[in-house]
Design a protein around this ligand. Structure first.
Ligand code: BGC
Length: 461
């Protein structure tokens, strides 16, 4: 692939490259109890006192349920080719199993129609962390049954939308759900099981595999998954630091990617801790994917377990019982979240995926990449996005087949346990009024998309 660099501006991406933005249901929709929606594990968790740092509970989101037309208009004016949103499982199947809520499906039907009417490809994620509460109460992802219920729900959604949705995502970031939700207890459902959380990893992978089959049977095609990846650096050369870093690398990068792409767990010890007929499940989990989605934010510096004060940098408490600790990476700009800005990490990580999986790596798509910065004049977000797009381009010039880039996020939204404090949007949301104001980065991204399109327009005459 030859990708000519353009002096002074971003280099040219290949024709057909998808320029998009991402969002998720729980973070934006609001309308928590509207039109028959059932509660999710996140509704329950965020309602527990003290769980969300700013005291909010996410129940209003950004008002997307009522304002989706306005947000689609913003996407259209941006020139976005695609929008990645998520379908709320408890809005479609309030009990997690059993009756479907027609009004819930109708909402996504309207959203898909609105996107299509503006020439924007709808890219739904079927699970972005909002498990129906009855299923969570029955064990959530620790319970194998949840995987089967997920496949049923996937089939229901595809039955309604597959005629207009050309590209699908099963699950978002199963590693974060496992680690933050079930191992550390910092996200819903708030379980602190440490290594006993591993069945949650296996059951999400199984749910993905079963859903791929269910989606295809219901007429859906072009199916992927969104997996978080982070280059892991060892805090020092000491044996303890290298051990901690390797273990963290395995858990956060390969525990999910290896089963999906090679049909095996990265390590016999992990395979032995998984429940059920693991070998049979791995056949289901490794069903060929049409593409593989990568969420990238930053690299991670990891060593031996560290004192709490250091670990609290990562935004999460890492209990001393875990055999690794996250350290602050020095020498880089940081976002408002304190995350280091390391654009080269994206290229390194993509090249690392190719090295590990070779021809088994399907075409890739960057399903999330972005940063939290306050303010409408957000030059630092522009610098962040520009750097990461250049890094992505460098990886593609080295032979990586990447089909699209979705920035996180279209609008500011409910940032999980941070509440509304961290702002990742291209569009500012004034929460008391829900008024949307495009930030400088929105205007910049629009120019990027337009310039890339113009590059491919034939010259007049
Ligand atoms: C999640 C998003 C989240 C973003 C920023 C990703 O882990 O998929 O829901 O808002 O990171 O923290």
């Amino acid at each position: 692939m030859t990708l000519p660099p353009l002096p002074g501006s971003l280099p040219a991406f290949p024709p057909g490259f998808l320029w998009g933005a991402s969002a998720s249901a729980f973070q934006t929709e609001g309308a928590a109890g509207t039109d028959g929606k059932g509660p999710s594990g996140w509704d329950e968790f965020a309602g527990r006192p003290g769980r969300i740092k700013d005291g909010s509970d996410g129940s209003l989101g950004t008002g997307f349920y009522d304002r989706y037309r306005e947000d689609v208009a913003l996407l259209a004016a941006l020139g976005a080719g695609a929008f990645r949103f998520s379908v709320s499982w408890p809005r479609v199947v309030p009990g997690g199993t059993g009756p479907v809520n027609p009004a819930g499906l109708d909402f996504y039907d309207r959203l898909v129609d609105e996107l299509c009417a503006h020439g924007i490809t709808p890219v739904p994620t079927l699970y972005h962390w909002d498990t129906p509460l009855p299923l969570e109460q029955a064990g959530g992802w620790l319970n194998r049954d949840t995987a089967h219920r997920f496949a049923e729900y996937a089939s229901t959604v595809a039955g309604r939308l597959a005629d207009r949705v050309p590209m699908w995502i099963t699950i978002n970031e199963p590693a974060e759900v496992t680690l933050l939700g079930y191992a550390l207890g910092e996200h819903a459902p708030g379980r602190k099981l440490l290594f006993d959380a591993l069945p949650a990893a296996h059951h999400q992978l199984l749910a993905h595999g079963l859903a791929v089959a269910a989606l295809r049977a219901a007429g859906a095609a072009d199916i992927g998954i969104a997996v978080s990846h982070t280059p892991v650096l060892a805090a020092s050369d000491s044996e303890q630091d290298r051990f901690g870093a390797e273990l963290y690398d395995t858990i956060s990068n390969w525990l999910f990617a290896d089963p999906l792409l090679t049909g095996a767990y990265p390590d016999e010890n992990f395979a032995a801790l998984m429940p059920g007929p693991v070998a049979d499940d791995l056949d289901i989990i490794s069903a060929p994917l049409d593409w593989y989605g990568v969420n990238y934010y930053n690299p991670t510096l990891v060593g031996a377990p560290a004192p709490q004060a250091l670990d609290s940098f990562s935004g999460f408490e890492m209990p001393g019982e875990l055999p690794f600790g996250i350290r602050k990476i020095e020498g880089y700009e940081t976002t408002d979240f304190g995350w280091p800005v390391v654009p080269d990490g994206l290229r390194d990580m993509l090249v690392g995926l190719k090295r590990r999986y070779g021809d088994r790596l399907p075409p890739l798509c960057i399903t999330e990449n972005g940063c939290s910065y306050d303010g409408i004049e957000d030059a630092r977000r522009i610098t962040f996005l520009d750097g990461h797009l250049r890094s992505l381009h460098a990886a593609m010039a080295e032979g990586l087949d990447v089909r699209g880039y979705f920035t996180w996020s279209l609008t500011d939204n409910f940032e999980w346990i941070e509440g509304y404090a961290q702002r990742f949007g291209l569009v500012h949301v004034d929460y008391p009024t829900m008024r949307r104001t495009p930030k400088d980065s929105y205007h910049w991204y629009r120019e990027v998309i337009r310039a890339q399109r113009d590059l491919r327009r034939p010259l007049p005459g």
